[in-house]
Every structure is written in structure tokens, then in C-alpha cells.
Design a protein around this ligand. Structure first.
Ligand SMILES: Cc1cc2nc3c(=O)[nH]c(=O)nc-3n(C[C@H](O)[C@H](O)[C@H](O)COP(=O)(O)O)c2cc1C
Length: 293
């Protein structure tokens, strides 16, 4: 997840996952610039040895640029390269990237072919069901993906227009899983290990991808359900250290701490949440958490 699952966040989640290590995908990497390794991408392609095999995700709409970027991702050690055909953000989708590709299937095919032609490592695809409810194209997307040699499809059971609203359509995911020759990873609204295992059992997916729930419960992969205030507090203190060790700027550190605090605090009192989110500095935020210990 862009702006969330960077290296320090993944280190943080890895520590909390103990022996149940998740398979991570990078934040999506833009191919919008003539050079792939922009300062932003340079940071986002970093991964730890422990994360291997690591998947790098790319977005864009130019087959040429995506092929160049795919090759570079592979050279940088990606064990898998994934194309994003799901992002609904207007500044991305309206330019024909992310879920914008679902409105231009010939270009999606061209891109997958060009990426495939340069890759030795497996090519993955991340998609939504379609642009809107009147243009569900996931069957065609699956056909194109399989035809192009894509080796895994992660399917978020919503349309672009839905954004993150409503509930993910797991029946639609199940139908795709039933007809696909390649592994389907189901995605949408999984917020516990039970839900993950049930989805695998009932919808025939090979696995599930978990997004937002990891912000509410970064212990999710270890199977932890009930979070205590002291666990949350210690986790925040640890996350701050990991962010600092990765040389983030002060403004970024407090931003990241508020991002996770906003979700973690939902478990506790609304007043405490407000107090934490109104902290003016990292120290004040940490002190506010510390007072709950
Ligand atoms: C802040 C944010 C950033 C995201 N960035 C990405 C991204 O870079 N690549 C991607 O494939 N999906 C991205 N997503 C979508 C999630 O991966 C996932 O498909 C979606 O949130 C549904 O799954 P969930 O219900 O488990 O969150 C992002 C979602 C959020 C909320």
C-alpha cells in the first residue's frame, strides 16, 4: 500500500508476525517519469533479505516504460513483478493507469506482453472487477492475463467506482477462482486469520491479500485479535524507532505515527484518540501513548 507499506512499516509488521511471516509486495512504483529510479522509487524498491521472495509492483500506462521498469525491478532483485490495474485514485486511473487499464483492455494486453517479454521472473497482475458495475471486465482480464503468461492474479472484489466503499464481492472472486488456470489471490475486507482461512476454503482462492486491516491490527498475521493498550503503546514506541532508523524526516515520522495511531486507537477511548491525533510533535505523541502504560 502506497504511503503505508514502506520498508520500516514492513519491518515493524514482520517483528509482530513472529513465525507467521506474510508475503510482502512493495508500495506501487510509478513509471511516469523518464527515469525509473526517481528518489521516491529508490526508497520504495528497498527490501530486506528476510522479505525474499519479494514482489515489486509497478503502475503506469506506457508499455515501453513498464517494460523498462520491469527489467530494472528484476535486476534490483524482485522475485516477482506485478502490474497494478486496480488503483482507483483519479490522478492515476483517469490517466489510463491503475484501474484505468480496465477501460483499455488492448493496452492492458500490450503492457503485459511487453513486461513478459523482458522478464525472467514471474509476472503478476493486481486487478479490480471492472471500472463500474456496468463494465465488469474481470473475465476478459483473466483471459488476457492467462494468454500473456501472467502467473498470478490478485483480485480486489470491487470496481474502480466503488473505491473502498461497500463490501467486496467475494462471490465474484470465487467465480474467477473457479475458472482460472492461474492462482487467484482474493482481496477485500479480510481483517482476521479466520476470515482469511474461510475465504480460502469457501471461495477457492489460493490465498488472500490483506491491506487496510494491517493498520488496525499489525499483529494480524500472528493471529492476534485482542490488542491491549500496553501492546499498542509498545508497538508505537518501536515503530517510531524503526522510522527514525530509516532516516525519515520529522514531519514524515509524526505523519506515519498518526496514520497508525488513528486506527489502533479505535480500540480504545475516543478522547484518547483525539489527544494522540492532536499531538504537535513526535515527542508529545509518544508521551500521550506513554501515559496509557
Ligand atoms: C492507503 C492505501 C494505499 C494503497 N496502495 C496500494 C498500492 O500501492 N498497490 C495496490 O495494489 N493496492 C493498494 N491499495 C489497495 C489495497 O492493496 C487493497 O487492494 C484494498 O485496500 C482492499 O483490500 P483491504 O480490504 O484488505 O484493504 C491501497 C489501499 C490503501 C487504503
Amino acid at each position: 500500500m502506497e504511503g503505508v507499506t514502506d520498508l520500516p512499516f514492513r519491518r515493524f509488521v514482520r517483528e509482530l508476525s513472529k513465525d507467521k511471516q506474510p508475503f510482502f509486495v512493495s508500495e506501487f512504483l510509478s513509471t511516469g517519469s523518464s527515469v525509473f529510479l526517481t528518489p521516491v522509487n529508490k526508497r520504495a524498491v528497498r527490501f530486506d533479505k528476510e522479505e525474499e521472495p519479494f514482489c515489486m509492483q509497478l503502475f503506469g500506462h506506457s508499455a515501453e516504460r513498464l517494460a523498462v521498469a520491469a527489467l530494472q525491478a528484476q535486476e534490483l532483485g524482485a522475485a516477482f513483478v506485478e502490474l497494478n490495474a486496480g488503483c482507483p485514485a483519479p490522478k492515476i486511473a483517469n490517466k489510463g493507469s491503475g484501474s484505468g487499464l480496465l477501460r483499455d483492455l488492448p493496452n492492458l494486453q500490450k503492457i503485459l506482453e511487453s513486461m513478459k517479454s523482458v522478464l525472467k521472473v514471474p509476472l503478476f497482475l493486481k486487478s479490480r472487477l471492472g471500472w463500474d458495475e456496468n463494465s465488469i471486465v474481470i473475465n476478459e482480464v483473466l483471459e488476457i492475463a492467462e494468454g500473456c503468461g501472467v502467473e498470478q492474479l490478485t483480485l480486489h472484489g470491487r470496481t474502480k467506482v466503488q473505491g473502498y466503499k461497500g463490501i467486496a464481492d467475494w462471490n465474484a472472486i470465487g467465480e474467477i477462482a473457479a475458472k482460472a488456470k492461474i492462482p487467484i489471490i482474493g482481496n477485500g475486507d479480510i481483517d482476521s486469520m479466520e476470515k482469511a482461512l474461510n475465504a480460502i476454503k469457501f471461495y477457492g482462492v489460493k490465498g488472500v491479500a490483506i491491506g487496510r486491516a494491517v493498520l488496525c491490527n499489525p499483529w494480524i498475521f500472528a493471529g492476534t485479535k485482542k490488542i491491549t493498550i500496553s501492546d499498542a503503546c509498545n508497538a508505537i514506541l518501536r515503530y517510531e524507532k524503526l522510522l527514525r532508523a530509516d532516516s525519515l524526516r520529522e514531519g514524515q515520522i509524526i505523519g506515519r505515527l498518526k496514520q497508525i495511531s488513528a486506527r489502533l486507537c479505535l480500540e480504545f477511548s475516543p478522547d484518547f484518540r483525539l489527544k494522540v491525533l492532536r499531538s504537535d510533535s513526535t515527542q508529545e505523541l509518544l508521551d500521550n501513548w506513554g501515559q496509557m502504560l
